[in-house]
Structure formats: structure tokens, C-alpha cells
Write a protein that binds this ligand. Sequence first.
Ligand SMILES: [Zn+2]
Ligand SMILES: [Zn+2]
Length: 345
Amino acid sequence: MGFNNLSGFIIFAAALNAVCSGINEFMSKYQTLLYYCYTTIQNAEQFAADHLKFCKSLGLTGRIIVADEGLNGTVSGSPEACQAYMDAVMADERFAKTEFKIDNVDEPSFVKMHVRYKSEIVHSGLRDPQIINPNERTGKHLEPVDFLAMKDRDDVVILDVRSNYEHSLGKFKNAITLDIENFRDFPDKINELAQYKDKKILTYCTGGIKCEKASALLLHEGFEDVYQLHGGIIKYGKEAGGEDFEGKCYVFDNRLAVDVNSVNPTTISACRNCGKTTDKMINCANPECNEHFTQCEECGTQMEGCCSAECQTHPRKRVYDGTGYYVKVPQPVNVKKVKVANVQM
Ligand SMILES: [Zn+2]
Ligand SMILES: [Zn+2]
């Protein structure tokens, strides 16, 4: 087979490229799924127990929260197991509108499989469905390309509803951030936003789940023109190239942080210890501290993955393997000398 003109070759090359990227996609060793669904689950505690068995039967690992108000999860496994999981969830009419964000990964993003029943699928303290019910009233969903088109307008304010350790690692250019350690502190910060009541508020978070409640609360508090980034930063990275997202996105699995911006990427975070620019996110090796923070490779080695000299001398300090990610091992309480067996990724 030969090509006697250039355009013929280009078409062939393009076709070959398409086939190869298709194969790459197919050959990805594992996938990690991020999803949520606000829906009513009866007997949610029993559902959680059954769902755990089901996930284990598929060989998945991950963390799922089940509440009366819905489902919130990140699971990881082979592409076949992930597909079987998605098919089963979507086949259940309660969860038919669930959207899965799929990442290809080299290794599973978790070691174990947990399904836990909690009072809310994301802890906000806003659990009265009479007041805040995203299924009934929430901010208008903006697709990533529409968010991109709208975000720089003069009558728009971009609001990051995530916590300090998340927005210090990465955030949208010009976004307003809140000084909160946990999403449950969000309602207390609403008063600080009163000056923006006449603006269009565009909220965003990691995968969209927090915005469902945050934007609902803003509407409840009298903000009139409220929007939310549908699918969060993760979907924005996939569909809008992550443009103008500065830094990395914190995620709640062993990757700790993922790249978002393939258009104009920057690093906005600095090493806690020496101030050098770095986007390496770790958890402090002292399990009682476990703070999420950014630390450069050199300081990581020197301080054994600890945030401070104090943590470095802690008797239960975990072995730092360079990742700064630790599997949660239940710890005995009030035991003086504990030999911590770290199961690490
Ligand atoms: Zn450093
Ligand atoms: Zn620490």
C-alpha cells in the first residue's frame, strides 16, 4: 500500500492516530469514577450494606456515602468492573440521572471499598430538605463551555465553595474564595457575600455536589441570579480544557491532586516549609495532624512528609514513601506505644 500524494497520507495518519488513541483508551488499566446523585433513598442504611456487597462483588475499591438524600462516590477498578457498576446504577430509576466522570488511571485510586451511611451525602449542616433540597431548587446548571463564555463578564462573580486546602492548591482566576476548613462552615460565610447580591453568582466545586447545596442556599438567602458549574472542575477540565483554572485540583483519593488546565496552566501554591513554588500536595505523616498541605520534594525528604518539626517527632508518625498518601488504618485509642503498620500505595 503506497501513497502518491500528501493528503492521502495525512488521512491515513489521522485514521491511524484515531485507532491508536482508541486502543489506548481501551487498554487503560484502571478507571476511577466520580459521581453523585441527589435522590430519595428509602431504607438507606440497608441500601448501603447491600451496595457494599455489590461493589465488592465487582472487585471495586473506593469510598461511597449513602444518605436518605442520595449517593456520592468515587470508585476505582478495571474498565469492565467500572462499566458494570455504571450500568447497574443507571438501570436503577432512582439513579438514572447520575453522571459519571471517568478518569483513566495506572493503578486503583483506593485500597479498600467503603460504603457508609451518613445523614448527608456531603456534610453541609443543611440537612433539612424542607429548606434546602437540590432536587427542588438549586442554581442553574452551566455546562463547562457556557461557564467559560460567561465567567469574565462584568456582572459575574465566580465563587469557589471549597475549603482552604483545596483552593490554595488551585482555583479559577479571579474567583472569590472563602476562609473555611470544611464545607459545613459555608453557611456562616454567606453574609460576607452580601455585596454581590446584584451580580450573577457562578459557583463551582470539585465535581458539582457541593454546588447543588451551596447554590440552593444562596437562592434561599435572597441571591437571585445563581448558577453552578455542572460537573465541577473535573468536567470543566475535560470539556473546556481547564482554561483559566490556576494550579491543580485537590481530589479525595490517593492521587491527591490532578491536572485540570491544558490551555494556560500555572502553579499558584508554595511549599509550606521553604516557600518554593510547588503543587505537590501531601497529608502530614503525623496521623493525628494529617493536615493537607503543599510541600516540595526536598522538604518532604528532609521532614519525612511532616508539616512541622513537632509532627516529625510524633511517636505515631507514619513512614513517608514520597507520596504523602496514607490509607486510613483504624487506630486504637489511649494505647501508649503503637507500632503503626502502614499499608501504603
Ligand atoms: Zn520546600
Ligand atoms: Zn502535621
